[in-house]
Structures are given as structure tokens and as C-alpha cells.
Write a protein that binds this ligand. Structure first.
Ligand code: SAM
Ligand code: SF4
Ligand code: SF4
Length: 335
């Protein structure tokens, strides 16, 4: 079955944030001045359980769901995360199961993740310079911890990608080293424009380096770039090739080139609310429904109604939208 929203976009992907906590405090996502020791993270009983995640997925599968992405916060700090992957895999052999992680706990988890049926992993890395990495992540981890995680994922046979947020006056000098590193590891990198998610990251347009600006810098070093066709409908990253290196990589240009028209993604926040847009201010409380004994059919009906009514296209009308809104935090809803 295909479930369309009010703008004709099918429900295909579900991103599930399994925790609102993280072992990093990235400047653009969980700045420490907000996410400090006084910040009230969700108490354990308000976090969606694995059984509840499974009930949501089971309900959405007959509606056309094809892909699951486990994210956070940092998904690898949630206890027994491989158990959840295995529970999802047991629902459906064909489902594409991916995870987005900051990578520092990847090596120690990789065997169980692979065994449990994970297909793909996206590792975030914004700098290969240790000092800058520590500054951006506000953590004591090293770049080598992430690279180690990437290598272990490659060795295990998972499909691997790298995500890099590039922000003006922060890490634009990392564009070339990051491309070089990704070529060395033979994994595609996707450069992400700094987005106005949440309300704590002091976003402003001047801090955004657009995909086009990034390509100019990359082209100067590596020679001509050529744009490729998308690999599938709704692909978020625009695909490009460095001709001389035959290297494919991408840009996620939510600010300069929004892709709402083909957005097939729903999100479950760590407290079990369904969000139909990354920039929503409010979700739909599936957790309470489940805790009042809602069954698969009830959840499927609720998702159907919510998706049918969906008309989100925040990024396409971003100008002027920003003020007076309090969108949900990225760490809570998942990237
Ligand atoms: N902790 C994991 C990680 O960092 O990969 C998963 C969650 S994180 C919220 C998911 C993705 O969102 C990461 O690739 C991160 O770089 C990206 N992200 C977070 N805040 C962002 C922002 N303000 N603009 C663009 N991307 C952002
Ligand atoms: Fe944590 Fe990921 Fe956000 Fe960085 S981007 S603070 S690693 S959730
Ligand atoms: Fe999808 Fe909302 Fe992002 Fe547009 S702004 S691509 S609707 S998540």
C-alpha cells in the first residue's frame, strides 16, 4: 500500500530517536550552555521502549514503510541497542535499517550491530583536526576514535557514509581534509548546510555555507565536479562526482535548495511522539496511546490520519518563518 500526504508524498522512511542524551555537545546541536547539568533530559519512564518502537513500526509497515533510521541523541548510548535492531530485523527481512551515530562507540558495538541485521551506518565527522574536533564536539574524544569506528564498520561489511555539517567561521577549513579522508576510506561524504533546527543553536543565515560555496572550494582543489541523477525518489543528498577521482559524494542543502517536494520522512521522538517535519513545533503523542493499550490497528489508523493531513514544507518557505517559533530540538527528534 502507498499512504500519501495532502501534497502527494508517500510515507517511506521512519527516523526513530532512541534517546535525547548524547556524549557530545556539538556546537550546532546541543550547545553546552543550554544542555548543561541543569538541563532536564527525559526520565526513563518517558522514553519510548523497544516494544513500543516495534509496535509503531509494525503498524506503519503495511502503510508502505521501507526504511528505518535509528538516531538520537547518540543511539549507541542507549542500552542494548543491537537488541532493538534485531527486533526490527525480525519484523521484515527487506526493511532497510540504518543508524546515524557520532561513531566513538561504534567499534565496540560493531559486531553485535552487524549480527543483529543493521544494513547501513552514517557516521558524523566535522573535522579531522583534533583540536577543532574537540572544540566542536565539546568532548574529550579524539578524531581517531571516530575513524576507528568508521574503519570497523567498513571491515564488518556495512554500507558506510560520513556526514559533515559545515558552518562558517567554524570548520570551513575542513572541507578539503574531509574529502581527502573520505576518498582514502573510499566512503561517500555528505556535506550538510547548517540548519535552523531547534531553538538553542543560535542559527543565523550568515553562518550558513551553501552547497554551491562548498563546491567552489572543492573544485579548486580537486578539479571539475559533475552533478549526478538521484539514486532514488526522495534522496535527500544531491549527488556529485569529482571527475578526476571518480569519487561520488553529496550535499544536503536544506537551506539553499530545499527538498520538501519529495520528503517522505516521518520521525518518532525519544518520548514517542510522531513528527511529520524536522521543523515541527509539536508532535502527535503515540506513546500515550500505546500506554492506554492501543493496538496495531489503532496506531495504523492514527498514523494514516496524521499523514493524510500532512502539508509540511517548512524549508521551502523558510524566509520569515523563523521568528516566534520554538521548533523541537534535533537531539530529541533525531536528525
Ligand atoms: N548523534 C548522532 C550523530 O551525530 O550522528 C545522531 C543524531 S544527530 C542529531 C544526526 C545528524 O544531525 C548528525 O549528522 C548531525 O551532524 C546533524 N545535525 C545536528 N544539528 C544540525 C544542524 N543544526 N544543522 C545541520 N545538521 C545538524
Ligand atoms: Fe550529539 Fe549528534 Fe547532536 Fe553532536 S550532532 S550533539 S553527536 S546528537
Ligand atoms: Fe521534510 Fe520538513 Fe525538511 Fe521539508 S522541512 S524536507 S517537509 S522535514
Amino acid at each position: 500500500m502507498r499512504l500519501d500526504d495532502s501534497l502527494g508524498r508517500p510515507l517511506r522512511d521512519l527516523r526513530i530517536s532512541v534517546t535525547d542524551r548524547c556524549n557530545f555537545r556539538c556546537d550546532y546541536c546541543m550547545p553546552r550552555e543550554h544542555f548543561d547539568s541543569k538541563y532536564e533530559f527525559l526520565p526513563k519512564d518517558k522514553i519510548i521502549s523497544y516494544e513500543e518502537v516495534i509496535l509503531v513500526i509494525k503498524s506503519a509497515l503495511p502503510l508502505g514503510l521501507k526504511k528505518i533510521r535509528i538516531t538520537g541523541g547518540e543511539p549507541l548510548i542507549r542500552k542494548d541497542i543491537s537488541k532493538l535492531i534485531k527486533m526490527i530485523r525480525d519484523l521484515d527481512d527487506e526493511l532497510d535499517i540504518a543508524m546515524t551515530t557520532n561513531g566513538v562507540l561504534l567499534r565496540r558495538n560493531i559486531d553485535s550491530l552487524k549480527k543483529s541485521g543493521l544494513d547501513r551506518v552514517t557516521v558524523s565527522l566535522d573535522s579531522i583536526d583534533d583540536e577543532l574536533f574537540k572544540e566542536i564536539t565539546d568532548s574529550n574524544y579524539n578524531v581517531s576514535d571516530v575513524l576507528d569506528g568508521i574503519q570497523s564498520a567498513i571491515d564488518s561489511g556495512l554500507e558506510v557514509k560520513i556526514n559533515s555539517v559545515i558552518k562558517r567561521n567554524l570548520n570551513e577549513n575542513q572541507l578539503i581534509p574531509l574529502v581527502e579522508k573520505s576518498i582514502q576510506y573510499n566512503v561517500p561524504i555528505r556535506f550538510i548546510e547548517f540548519m535552523d533546527v531547534g531553538s538553542t543553536n543560535s542559527w543565523n543565515l550568515n553562518s550558513v555555507i551553501t552547497g554551491a560555496e562548498m563546491r567552489k572550494v572543492i573544485q579548486r582543489k580537486f578539479g571539475p565536479l559533475v552533478q549526478k541523477n538521484p539514486n532514488y525518489y526522495g534522496e535527500v543528498a544531491k549527488q556529485w562526482t569529482i571527475l578526476d577521482k571518480e569519487y561520488d559524494f553529496g550535499f544536503i542543502e536544506s537551506i539553499s535548495s530545499p527538498f520538501c517536494g519529495s520528503c517522505t520522512r516521518a520521525r518518532i521522538s525519544s518520548n514517542g511522539h510522531l513528527f511529520t517535519c524536522l521543523f515541527s513545533e509539536k508532535g502527535h503523542d503515540l506513546l500515550s496511546m500505546m500506554r492506554m493499550d492501543a493496538e496495531e490497528e489503532d496506531i495504523a489508523n492514527a498514523i494514516t490520519k496524521i499523514w493524510n493531513n500532512r502539508n509540511d514544507k517548512y524549508s521551502e518557505g523558510r524566509k520569515g518563518n523563523h521568528k516566534d517559533r520554538i521548533p523541537v530540538e534535533m537531539s530529541y527528534i533525531g536528525g
